[in-house]
Structures are given as structure tokens and as C-alpha cells.
Unconditional design. Structure first.
Ligand SMILES: Nc1ncnc2c1ncn2[C@@H]1O[C@H](COP(=O)(O)OP(=O)(O)OP(=O)(O)O)[C@@H](O)[C@H]1O
Ligand SMILES: [Mg+2]
Length: 357
């Protein structure tokens, strides 16, 4: 249930800040504004903000350049301090649950409960055994507060804080729908993180953050070829130093080998998580894997995932059901950055006022 205007989706990623503003109408959803700015490699390291001044300044610049005046926004957190568990609790009313949830959560979370923000979603009621299944989500207050504070320092008003994996699922649901009787996996491969979300029968059954992404490919190119970050990044992305205009140059043959072998290593880690899920969940076999995130631009990555997991895999573009008028949004920027927009677009689908479903 949604009410009020769409929030501006703000994704503060390791490689870059992405900002999207959507407009929903009877004719569909369209992108009104798009902002993008890269962040220097040491600004955010493994989800930890090292230089908040740069992030704040970049956020302000992105909003200004994209001509976004609205301040109300939705942000998200990711990373290994976010904990998601499926738990069962005795049947109770919503009011009772709101009261009890901290006590229930305490038994499943390895952090001090005072340090975490807890939320939940009722997945299933099982009156026959007087139990209900919940999806419990806990994120360190520090991390949420830090990101919200960055937004406030950039003169924004963060209204919603989501989790990367759910945001992407939300957009996927809008884009493709969630199959009611199948298990699928949605994988977002960014710069330093890969988030994996297995959705069974329309609800998230398992999520995991894997601490690697496209950066480890860039690192390896830097190391093996002895070139600086920017050059290695350009080689990885096909030779152009800048996706918005640089001319594709020659890419050393070794780069292709590095991309293939590191992609295979990332895919192997993903496969271990999928295997763990299959061995422990009792859910139906995964029918399809959808790969998104900036690193999904690497064709060999989705191929490696398909090979390793032995599940048909496809690259899913977050913008496939979103219209964009070239008078509002640069077509070139949108095409170059499309794969990186799943979190920002998912956040931009959120509204100012929402009620729990
Ligand atoms: N055309 C391309 N080819 C290959 N890799 C690309 C391309 N475009 C972007 N990438 C890679 O995608 C990654 C950035 O993706 P994305 O914006 O989804 O990550 P992020 O949100 O900044 O990082 P994280 O989610 O890990 O914090 C970088 O590693 C970048 O090199
Ligand atoms: Mg990201």
C-alpha cells in the first residue's frame, strides 16, 4: 500500500553514488531524473565510509547536476552487519508481535540487541501448529545512522532505510513479477559486494552478502599488469577510459584471461552459498538465476555463474520496464549505467507514506 509521492532513491555504493527519481502514472513508471558520480577508490572501503566529507559533497553535487529539488529520499544499507533470518514464533497478534519482536530477535542475532534496528515481515501463518514464520531483519544502528547522517549532512531528508537485497527484489517484482511456485536467485554484483537473494514462492528465503565483486578483478589487473586503478578499470570495462565518451583502446589479451579466471572465482563463491541454501532449506530447486549490478556488464560473469551453479542464468537489466524521456535523462548515461541502477531504482519505487502489508 502506498501513498504520497515517490521518494528519491539514493544508492551510496563503493564505486559510485547513484540517484534516481521516478514518476508513477497510469501509463507506467518513468525515470524523471538520474544522477551518477564515481567515488575515488578509498572513499568507501568494504561498505565502510572512510571519507564522509567526500560522500556528502558528492551527494550534493549529484542532486544539483541532476536537477533534483526534492529532499525526501530513501537510502539503503548492505553488508555483513545486516542479518536476515527466517524464524518461527508462536501465533500472536500484530500488537503482541511488535512488543515481542526484540525478545525473539535477541535469540537469533549475534550482536547486542541495543545496537541493532529490528524489522520483520510475516511470511506465513500456520494455525495448525500455532506457529508463524517471520523474516527477521536486523541492521546495526551505527550503519543506518551513519548513512542517514550522511544524507542529512547533504541537506537531504532520508525517510526510508531499506536493505540492498530487498530493494532489488522489490524492483524485480515490479519488473518481472515473482513466480508464485518457483525458486529463483537474484544476484547483485557490485564493486566490493555481491548480494545474493533466493526467493522461493514469492518471498525471500535466504540472503547473503559475499565480500567480493568487480573490484577484485580490477585489483588483479592492476597487480598483474602493473597499471594504476583507472587504467585497470578501463581495461576491464572494454578499453574506454571513460564510458561517457572515451575511445575504446587496445586491451591486452591477458586482461581477458584475468576477467575469466576472477569471474570464475566469484562464481565459485556464489555457488557455495547456493549449495548451502539447497542443503539446508528444503525449498524447491533454483530454476533460474538473474544477475544484475555493474559487474553484470561482464558477459563472462553470468556465464561463469551458470556453469558453476548449473542453473540457467541471465543478465537482468533494472531499466527494462522503466521508460525514460531523453529530454529528462541522458540516454547515453542511462545506457552506460543501467546495470548499476537496481538499488537506486528499487529505492525510488518507495513512497513517502507506506503501510505495512
Ligand atoms: N561496462 C562495465 N564492464 C565491466 N565492469 C563494469 C562495467 N561498468 C561497471 N562495472 C563495474 O561494476 C562495479 C560497480 O557496480 P555497482 O555500481 O553496482 O557497484 P557499487 O554499488 O558501487 O558497489 P557495492 O555495491 O559493492 O558497494 C565496478 O566494479 C565497476 O568496475
Ligand atoms: Mg551496490
Amino acid at each position: 500500500m502506498a501513498d504520497g509521492k515517490n521518494l528519491v532513491g539514493v544508492d551510496i555504493g563503493t564505486s559510485s553514488i547513484k540517484v534516481c527519481q521516478l514518476k508513477e502514472s497510469r501509463r507506467g513508471v518513468s525515470l524523471l531524473r538520474l544522477g551518477y558520480a564515481p567515488l575515488a577508490p578509498q572513499t568507501i572501503v568494504d561498505g565502510q565510509v572512510m571519507d564522509s566529507g567526500v560522500v556528502i559533497e558528492t551527494l550534493q553535487r549529484v542532486f544539483h547536476n541532476a536537477k533534483i529539488r526534492q529532499k525526501e529520499c530513501a537510502i539503503s544499507v548492505s553488508g555483513q552487519t545486516v542479518i536476515i533470518r527466517k524464524i518461527s514464533v508462536p501465533m500472536m497478534t500484530q500488537a503482541e508481535l511488535d512488543e515481542q519482536i526484540h525478545w525473539e530477535a535477541e535469540q537469533h542475532i549475534p550482536f547486542d540487541i541495543k545496537d541493532v534496528q529490528v524489522d520483520y515481515q510475516v511470511l506465513r501463518r500456520r494455525p495448525e501448529v500455532s506457529q508463524m514464520d517471520l523474516l527477521l531483519v536486523a541492521a546495526k544502528r551505527d550503519q543506518i545512522n551513519d548513512y542517514a547522517q550522511l544524507a542529512r549532512d547533504a541537506k537531504l531528508r532520508p525517510v526510508v532505510c531499506d536493505i540492498d537485497a530487498f530493494t532489488v527484489q522489490n524492483l524485480f517484482e515490479f519488473s518481472r513479477g515473482l513466480p508464485p511456485d518457483q525458486t529463483i536467485a537474484i544476484i547483485n554484483v557490485g564493486a566490493s559486494l555481491t548480494s545474493l537473494n533466493i526467493v522461493a514462492g514469492g518471498v525471500s528465503a535466504f540472503t547473503r552478502e559475499i565480500a567480493s565483486g568487480g573490484n577484485i578483478i580490477t585489483d588483479e589487473i592492476q597487480k598483474q599488469l602493473g597499471v594504476p586503478f583507472d587504467q585497470a578499470e578501463a581495461y576491464k570495462c572494454g578499453g574506454a577510459l571513460d564510458a561517457q565518451g572515451g575511445q575504446p583502446g587496445m586491451v591486452p589479451a591477458q586482461v581477458v584471461q584475468i576477467i575469466d579466471s576472477v569471474s570464475d572465482a566469484i562464481a565459485a563463491e556464489i555457488q557455495r552459498s547456493l549449495d548451502f541454501f539447497m542443503a539446508t532449506s528444503g525449498e524447491a530447486e533454483i530454476m533460474r538465476i538473474f544477475v544484475t549490478g555493474g559487474s553484470a556488464n561482464l558477459v563472462s560473469l553470468a556465464q561463469a555463474i551458470e556453469r558453476r551453479a548449473r542453473v540457467p542464468s541471465e543478465v537482468w537489466s533494472p531499466i527494462e520496464r522503466i521508460a525514460a524521456d531523453p529530454r529528462d535523462v541522458s540516454h547515453q548515461l542511462l545506457q552506460a549505467r543501467a546495470a548499476q541502477l537496481s538499488v537506486a531504482l528499487g529505492l525510488a519505487l518507495r513512497h513517502e507514506k507506506e503501510t505495512r502489508t
